[in-house]
Structure formats: structure tokens, C-alpha cells
Design a protein around this ligand. Structure first.
Ligand code: 5GP
Length: 196
């Protein structure tokens, strides 16, 4: 097991409805030493790519993406959830259905912060059905940016997102892939990954 899988086993809680709670160290309270380690690990995996910007989505992607951006020495931009119906022409927009909240959010990134020809590394905490990632990819590509890869902290391999996004040809790296989890026993099975 790698450092993240060990931490998930120690502190993650399997909830009914295929939800893994990691709010004691990842997306409510954050273990900053672990965030630094995650940042370094994504640098190791994507360091050969010409990354000029890190892109994520609020809220729980922000903390993680900040540490990744620091490793690359580039800015981080996060897509904001927007309630406004009248979106002006100054933003890139995507519709994202939330897996955890079961609602649709319109997310936006200002055209000031994403440009044609930029090389974007997309970072998020979870990959489930792939809606969040697909929305971020759409935003990056509508800006004319190149998606160099997608770095995910925890992928739920029994949901379709990872397969769909990889089949579209994107380079997805997940630090942990959960292939099965059981809310009754709390058991979590990780996919064995090469070089992990
Ligand atoms: P997707 O769009 O891939 O279906 O879901 C990804 C988003 O939903 C992530 O940004 C994450 O915030 C949230 N999410 C999906 N599954 C889980 C989960 O099992 N636990 C937690 N804490 N968040 C999740």
C-alpha cells in the first residue's frame, strides 16, 4: 500500500451509497504534511509534462491543487460554482452534476485566467462518475488550453468516470483506486497499480 492507501485504511469511513468519507484528513480537516506529500507525488508523476497552470474545482479540490501548483511553480485556478443565470461573455462555463449532493452546479472560470496554448494539469480530490472532471476538461479546452493530465487523489474504480475519461484519451493518474468498499464491514479493496 502507498502512503495514501494506508491513510485511507486508517482514517477513511465507508458510508452507505458508495461514499467514502475522508473529512478527517482530506476535505474538511486537512493534514498539511499529507497535502505536501500528495503535491510531491503528482510532481513525480506529471513532472515531465510542460504544465503551466493547475486547474481544479471548488471547494475540496482547492487545498490539494494549491500544493500541486507549488511543486510545479505555477498558478492554480479553481472553477467557481455560480448561481447567476446571466453569465456574461467573460467566463468559460460548464454544467457539473455533484455526485455527493445530487444537484447540478454551473461552474465558471474567468477568461482572464485561462488562455489559449496553456498547458493545464487538472487536479481533484475524487473521481466517481467523472462529471466534475469532464466539466473541467470542457472549460480548459474551450479556452484552447492543452490538458496535460488529470491527477486524482482517490478514484472510485467501481464507478464509470475513470474508464470514460481514460477512453477519451486523457492521462489520468489516481493516487489510490478503490475497487470495492463495504459500508457494513468498512472493508476497502484497492486496485494494484504499477509503480505505485
Ligand atoms: P464525479 O463528478 O466524478 O461523479 O464526482 C467527483 C466529485 O464528487 C468530487 O469533486 C468530490 O467532491 C465528490 N465525490 C465523489 N465521490 C465522493 C466520495 O465517495 N466521497 C467524497 N467525500 N466526495 C466524493
Amino acid at each position: 500500500m502507498n502512503f495514501l492507501e494506508e491513510r485511507i485504511v486508517k482514517d477513511g469511513i465507508v458510508k452507505p451509497g458508495n461514499v467514502l468519507k475522508v473529512d478527517s484528513f482530506l476535505n474538511h480537516q486537512m493534514d498539511i504534511a499529507l497535502m505536501e506529500q500528495i503535491g510531491r507525488e503528482f510532481k513525480r508523476r506529471f513532472g515531465h509534462k510542460p504544465v503551466s497552470k493547475v486547474l481544479t474545482i471548488e471547494a475540496s479540490g482547492i487545498g490539494i491543487a494549491a500544493f500541486v501548483a507549488k511543486e510545479f511553480g505555477v498558478p492554480m485556478v479553481f472553477a467557481k460554482k455560480s448561481k447567476s443565470i446571466n453569465i456574461d461573455g467573460d467566463v468559460f462555463v460548464a454544467e457539473v452534476e455533484s455526485f455527493t449532493h445530487k444537484n447540478k452546479n454551473r461552474v465558471i472560470v474567468s477568461k482572464k485566467f485561462l488562455h489559449e496554448g496553456e498547458h493545464v494539469l487538472i487536479i481533484d480530490d475524487f473521481l466517481a462518475n467523472g462529471c466534475a472532471l469532464q466539466g473541467l476538461i470542457n472549460i480548459a479546452e474551450s479556452a484552447g488550453a492543452v490538458v496535460e493530465g488529470c491527477g486524482i487523489v482517490i478514484e472510485k474504480g467501481f464507478q464509470i468516470g475513470g474508464r470514460v475519461i481514460r477512453n477519451l484519451g486523457y492521462h489520468v493518474e489516481s493516487l489510490a483506486i478503490v475497487d470495492a468498499m463495504d459500508a457494513d464491514t468498512g472493508a476497502i479493496t484497492f486496485r494494484v497499480q504499477e509503480g505505485n
